[in-house]
Design a protein around this ligand. Structure first.
Ligand code: ATP
Length: 149
């Protein structure tokens, strides 16, 4: 159905913050309408926010915008980042970057592969860029098309 992206993302952030006390900022934007599966988009956001929470301690920023024929949601953390050599493997099932650094954070290595599957199902693209010790930015691109569903 047709949803307001700002509302969906704000709801996701609020329910996330009910579970975890974390500071998350969101830019206010109006009139970003999109036909999408609201539940799937929220599941996708949850996985990315949960990684940002697990692998960073500072403010998490979420930025919404429109670019060409797509809307985007950017989740920016200022955490441990991902070494370049691992960046092409983290979307593989069960892959986790180095056991030592992950020991205190539970996880199965299934979050990102599932995020990718959800993205495929709703026609979204995920881009991840990361610098060790600086942080990680995940961008979800949602195509704007006029068909209803
Ligand atoms: P879960 O299945 O609970 O999400 P996970 O976090 O181990 O567990 P993925 O979400 O698939 O699994 O992530 C794979 C690996 O990529 C993680 O183990 C972590 O090392 C790394 N990673 C993912 N997101 C981030 C991030 N925002 N910052 C730093 N490392 C990350």
């Amino acid at each position: 159905s047709r949803v307001n992206l700002f509302d969906i993302v704000l709801q996701s952030i609020k329910s996330f913050q009910n579970a975890y006390q974390r500071e998350i900022e969101l830019n206010r934007v109006e009139n970003l309408w999109i036909y999408t599966d609201e539940q799937k988009l929220k599941q996708l956001l949850f996985i990315i926010l949960d990684n940002a929470r697990k692998y960073s301690e500072d403010l998490i920023s979420v930025v919404l915008g429109k670019e060409n024929n797509q809307l985007y949601i950017q989740i920016i953390d200022r955490g441990i980042g991902i070494p370049e050599t691992d960046q092409n493997k983290i979307f593989d099932r069960f892959y986790r970057v180095d056991k030592a650094r992950n020991r205190k954070q539970g996880g199965t290595g299934l979050g990102l592969p599932i995020a990718k599957e959800i993205a495929d199902a709703i026609g979204a693209k995920i881009n991840l860029s990361s610098v060790e010790k600086i942080g990680t930015t995940v961008t979800i691109y949602l195509p704007i098309d006029e068909k209803s569903d």
